[in-house]
Design a protein around this ligand. Structure first.
Ligand code: CMP
Length: 155
């Protein structure tokens, strides 16, 4: 359900407070603010399901999500981490993967507000940015997963 558009300035102020995005040129921030939309997801909802096709990129504005991934050996869902305000997700299906690589589930009694970007706008505005290149702890490159842990644990 749409919660209504925040004003352009509020988007820019928010993005400027997110470490990965605040270095972007003013023009890019302003272009992003023009095309971003806000969506609200209730507690327990799957914002992303592993294996589904995906066309959207998300930045968390408020609330907490849980990231889980199916263990290929047991078929069980494994908890990977929580993410909150300023964290983003959904970049993988828009870049190097065809389908969603993990589940993103709302874990917040008040639900989660996300800024949402379409595949087209993502490619146009931020798809090439190195800041969004990220490996995860279940990937094989230790140095990058260390970097991600730093990001995930920041306030
Ligand atoms: P995508 O594959 O499009 O959809 C699921 C998202 O979960 C994925 O993009 C990443 O943004 C995120 N993700 C995947 N694996 C991990 C992980 N190990 N830790 C944190 N986030 C992840």
């Amino acid at each position: 359900m749409k919660t209504g558009m925040l004003k352009q300035k509020e988007y820019i102020d928010f993005l400027s407070s997110v470490p990965a995005f605040k270095e972007l040129p003013d023009e890019t921030l302003s272009n992003l603010a023009d095309v971003l939309e806000t969506d609200h997801y209730p507690d327990g909802e799957y914002i992303i399901r592993q294996g589904a096709k995906g066309n959207t990129f998300y930045i968390i504005a408020k609330g907490t999500v849980r990231v889980t991934k199916r263990d290929s050996a047991t078929g069980e869902s494994v908890f990977l981490r929580n993410m909150g305000r300023g964290d983003w997700f959904g970049e993988k299906a828009l870049s190097d993967e065809d389908v969603r690589t993990a589940n993103i589930i709302v874990e917040d009694p008040e639900g989660v507000d996300c800024l949402v970007l379409t595949r087209e706008s993502y490619k146009q505005l931020i798809g090439d940015l190195i800041i969004l290149e990220r490996k995860y702890s279940d990937d094989t490159t230790p140095k990058r997963s260390e970097e991600f842990r730093g990001l995930a644990l920041r306030d």
